[in-house]
Design a protein around this ligand. Structure first.
Ligand code: ADP
Length: 466
């Protein structure tokens, strides 16, 4: 699963921040530890110098007193001093109990004796305690001074620093994560805005544009690019709609002329029966073509918003009866019986378009229900409107086809060979009904017949269409 960009940005930010903070913490700890150890080393150095200074010209027995005074304030278990012979034998010792044995290995002692330079070593005592130990040869003497101090205090300080960092680290990361999340949200909010607007822009709302965030950055550039793309799309879609409208309009006249000429030819009476058959078939196809062109023109006008409804009082029952009467021939030929039920209800509608919407439903019911079926047109008054329901007891519509039957040019499987049609009828009916502020719904099951319900409001429809 891909996480949202905001989450990914925050995670990246927190990870980077954690790496930087960890590196910084390690650097600080190492620096503090080195600083503390160098402080210890400096103290050891000055102690060794003090002891050497005091011992020069003094008798060896005074070692205890000298070291005692130089190590003043330091607990005996944390400090130690030794006076070693050239061979590494402990001549004198004071402080920590471990100082009775040489604190440093013989090789180190021998090296220090040979080189004569001071060196500092880290030594782990018998009880696991760590010491910083300085060894230096006394100038002009065959003796070495060894001074050591436990690093416990310094180590404890470093440990408490580490502990503090470990404790505060998650809190710092949490705060940084929260801040990162808010920052990412703020930075991406124009994108969310654009996404919401862009997802609402469909073929019906091509005039809308995504908001352009202020400034001259990548986001405003993206918004400008999107808007530029929408401009081009709108121009293209408008041109396509214009073409369909113009083409349908231009086709109407030649089709009408063809229809008239076919009528004239068929009326002549001097034709062979085969020629009559061919011309009648041509006339049928011309009618079909005329219907398609008319439908396309109606849809193009809806799309362009140039279609105007001329509303007036229309009786739904009277309209239904008139439609049933006009389709009686088709019903008879198909072997379908029809009836209209319900009382008269008057609605405010464009009678021509309302007629087209209902005709499509009744025609479909006749075409698709088949021989022996019955079709009923029911007019029922409902709250703030009325319904015209066209019910048939035909084969019904498959569940997978049902959501698509109002799509343009959609015809359910098996329908194509069954009856003539273009797949535009229901799309047009729905456009007409919705333009009046009404609704067109279907309820159908395979073998259970179909039921198309057209709901019309008794009041005024949406503004701008009347
Ligand atoms: P057309 O009738 O020109 O094919 P429509 O848009 O009127 O186009 O209908 C779309 C499709 O819906 C039809 O092709 C048909 O498959 C299905 N249909 C519509 N009405 C009915 C009905 N009463 N019974 C069964 N199928 C129907």
């Amino acid at each position: 699963m891909r996480l949202p960009l905001r989450t990914r940005l925050t995670l990246l930010y927190v990870t980077l921040f954690a790496i930087i903070v960890s590196a910084w913490a390690v650097f600080v700890v190492v620096l503090v530890r080195a600083d503390l150890y160098s402080g210890i080393d400096r103290a050891l150095d000055s102690r060794a110098s003090q002891i050497a200074l005091s011992l020069t010209g003094s008798v060896e027995g005074e070692f205890q007193d000298i070291t005692g005074s130089t190590l003043v304030g330091v607990a005996p278990t944390e400090a130690t001093a030794q006076l070693l012979s050239a061979t590494g034998t402990v001549l004198e010792s004071s402080g920590d109990t471990m100082s009775v044995d040489p604190l440093l290995p013989q090789s180190v002692i021998a090296g220090a004796f040979r080189s004569g330079t001071a060196s500092v070593h880290t030594v782990v005592g018998r009880d696991g305690e760590t010491f910083r130990v300085l060894i230096v040869r006394m100038t002009g003497l065959d003796q070495l001074i060894v001074v050591g101090t436990s690093t416990d205090t310094a180590d404890a300080s470093v440990q408490s620093l580490v502990f503090m960092m470990l404790l505060s680290g998650p809190v710092v990361l949490l705060v940084a994560g929260g801040a990162g999340w808010l920052l990412a949200r703020r930075a991406l909010s124009p994108v969310a805005h654009m996404t919401a607007t862009a997802s609402g822009i469909g073929i019906e709302a091509l005039g809308e544009r995504v908001p352009v965030p202020p400034g001259n950055d990548e986001l405003s550039g993206l918004a400008d690019t999107l808007n530029g793309m929408l401009d081009r799309l709108e121009t293209g879609v408008r041109a396509k709609r214009r073409l369909v409208a113009d083409a349908s309009h231009e086709l109407q006249t030649p089709i009408a002329v063809m229809r008239t000429e076919l009528d004239v030819a068929l009326a002549s009476g001097a034709l062979q029966p085969e020629a009559v058959e061919v011309l009648e078939s041509a006339r049928e196809e011309t009618d079909h073509m005329a219907r398609i062109v008319r439908n396309l023109l109606t849809l193009a006008r809806f799309d362009e918003g140039t279609l105007r409804l001329l509303r007036q009082d229309v009786g739904l029952r009277a309209t239904s009866e008139e439609i049933v009467a006009s389709l009686a021939t088709l019903a008879r030929e198909t072997g379908v019986t029809m009836e209209v039920s319900g009382d008269e209800v008057v609605v405010l509608a464009d009678p021509e378009y309302l007629r087209v919407a209902v005709v499509n439903l009744v025609e479909n019911a006749i075409k698709y229900s088949g021989v022996g079926s019955s079709v009923t047109v029911e007019v029922v008054p409902v709250v703030s409107g009325a319904t015209v329901t066209v019910v048939d007891d035909g084969p019904g519509i498959a569940a997978d086809a049902l959501p698509r039957i109002f799509d343009r040019f959609y015809r359910a499987d098996g329908t194509r060979g069954m009856a003539s049609g273009s797949g535009l009828g229901l799309a047009i009916s729905r456009e007409i009904v919705e333009a009046h502020g009404g609704r067109l719904e279907v309820d159908s099951r395979v073998s259970g017949g179909s039921r198309f319900t057209l709901w019309m409001p008794t009041g005024q429809g949406p503004a701008g269409l009347s």
